[in-house]
Design a binder for this molecule. Structure first.
Ligand SMILES: Cc1cc2nc3c(=O)[nH]c(=O)nc-3n(C[C@H](O)[C@H](O)[C@H](O)COP(=O)(O)OP(=O)(O)OC[C@H]3O[C@@H](n4cnc5c(N)ncnc54)[C@H](O)[C@@H]3O)c2cc1C
Length: 453
């Protein structure tokens, strides 16, 4: 049996396409408005819902920098815990498998004789590679990938992916006129789990004490934050406040939930439309959708450019004149550079897992231009530290700021003194995060100290 929604929004059963479906959660850790899960529920008689966790992410990553730090790990655990509860409320369970994605799924598919696999479309090059390895191992098994984390699906875009505009502005002008219904898909019940299946849980409780006070992972917490944001007046002043360095309500703070997929971007757009219908549309409310289009752009950008997202020369084909200096890199990471504003931002990031968009631009500009460091190390450190790490937004923005990405200007160096005067005129932010305590030169060894033969 499978289940579909009738006109009264009740789930009714019809004949299923598959006996046993396997739903693999990735960056879509929600039940509501999860179109891929809905598809799996409609087409499977019985269903296994799983999440694959690769513990090596906590130890290894690009350039020896472990890919997942404690903030995101805690947020992920909380998200999985809430997902488990949401699934149980609908008669399902979450099976958390530990190991390498393609190998553990190979085992599960063979052992259980799965008839079809369902997932959300992922933009990450390595995630797509893992999936294609799995598909090669099971050439006759249907894999259903549903667009689930974007505003538009690929066929809805007014151009072929290969012709994705080279700049954000061109992209925005093409997609903004598209009309789109952002109604949200509810899932009240799911097909049952097969009998005799054990489900190792995730030890979510153990790391709760590390959680950032501002961000609790999970679908419920995300929906509560969404409702609370639009119930206040912040959306009406977003454009004026969004550049603040350290004020929770100055920007939406949707990013951590969006990155793990605890919230869908359609849910956010639906809530924004409702807000605009009630309080009226203004420049600020429009600007929220404008920023969400940046996220959208980088999603398609990552999908189009594949592994070039991680290339030193990016899309430009020209390698920047920067390199790796261990001491500079470590000082930047720990917030110990000669630039107080950069130090404050980095200390905020290390302590909370979050940094404002303005802060990210400043520290990335400093990394590339003042410290002459190879941008990929900065991106890898962000990947580890950010609670809202998202492969396309992170590496796409770093490429942009390093002058090798989707930026027609190609050289974005921020004047750190002027930026401090503008965004932290009374040094409040710098003082709060002890950004002015360094005073050290960036290099302890001067070129003049080098031994000369
Ligand atoms: C070097 C650098 C690295 C970044 N890495 C990430 C990342 O890993 N994950 C991430 O979600 N964002 C990243 N961003 C984009 C942006 O800084 C964050 O999305 C934003 O600060 C999150 O806070 P918010 O939700 O309050 O944003 P808001 O200002 O409220 O914006 C609303 C939403 O729009 C999207 N958005 C806003 N600005 C951008 C942008 N420049 N690029 C893509 N999407 C955007 C986000 O989904 C955000 O939640 C990065 C920016 C820079 C400069």
């Amino acid at each position: 049996m499978t289940y579909v929604m009738n006109t009264k929004q009740q789930l009714v059963s019809i004949m299923a396409d598959y006996r046993l479906g396997l739903f693999v959660f990735r960056n879509d850790l929600r039940v509501e408005d999860n179109l891929a899960l809905y598809d799996a529920a409609q087409r499977s008689e019985i269903l296994i819902c799983c999440f694959c966790f690769n513990p090596t992410q906590n130890k290894y990553g690009h350039y020896g920098i472990p890919a997942m730090g404690k903030h995101r790990f805690t947020f992920l655990q909380q998200s999985l815990k809430q997902l488990r509860t949401e699934l149980e409320m609908r008669g399902q369970k979450l099976i958390v498998l530990t190991g390498t994605f393609d190998w553990i799924l190979t085992e599960l598919i063979s052992e259980r004789q799965v008839d079809a696999v369902f997932l959300s479309q992922h933009q990450g090059y390595y995630e797509r590679l893992q999936l294609s390895l799995l598909q090669q191992r099971f050439p006759f098994l249907p894999f259903h990938e549903t667009p689930n984390n974007t505003l538009f699906s690929e066929p809805e875009l007014p151009f072929e992916l290969a012709d994705l505009p080279e700049t954000f502005s061109q992209f925005r002008k093409k997609v903004e006129p598209l009309s789109r219904d952002f109604s949200v898909q509810l899932v009240d019940a799911l097909p049952p789990l097969p009998e005799n299946i054990s489900y190792p849980g995730f030890k979510a409780e153990t790391l709760n004490e590390l959680a950032s006070a501002d961000f609790e992972g999970g679908e419920r917490a995300g929906l509560e934050h969404l409702a609370s944001y639009f119930s206040g007046q912040s959306a009406g002043t977003y454009k004026q406040t969004r550049n603040a360095l350290d004020d929770f309500s100055s920007s939406t703070k949707f990013s951590p939930w969006l990155a793990q997929g605890c919230l869908s971007v359609r849910q956010i757009m639906a809530a924004l439309r409702e807000y605009e219908a009630q309080f009226g549309e203004n420049e600020s409310s429009y600007w929220i959708s404008f920023e969400l289009l940046w996220r959208e752009y980088f999603f398609w950008y990552a999908l189009k450019h594949g592994k070039r997202l991680f290339a030193f020369s990016g899309l430009s084909g020209k390698s920047p004149k920067t390199s790796f200096y261990s001491e500079r890199f470590q000082k930047w990471c720990s917030g110990n550079t000669p630039y107080p504003i950069v130090n404050a931002c980095m200390k905020q990031l290390n302590a909370t897992g979050y940094m404002s968009n303005r802060g990210r631009q400043l520290v990335a500009s400093c990394f590339v231009h003042e410290l002459s460091l190879d941008w990929r190390y900065g991106a890898a450190y962000f990947e580890q530290q950010l609670i809202d790490y998202d492969v396309s937004s992170n590496w796409g923005n770093w490429q942009y700021l390093a002058g090798v990405g989707a930026d027609p200007r190609g050289h974005r160096q921020f004047n750190l003194e002027k930026q401090t005067e503008r965004y932290d005129p009374d040094n409040e932010f710098i003082k709060r995060w002890a950004g002015d305590l360094s005073g050290q030169p960036i290099d302890s060894v001067d070129a003049a100290d080098w031994p000369v033969r």
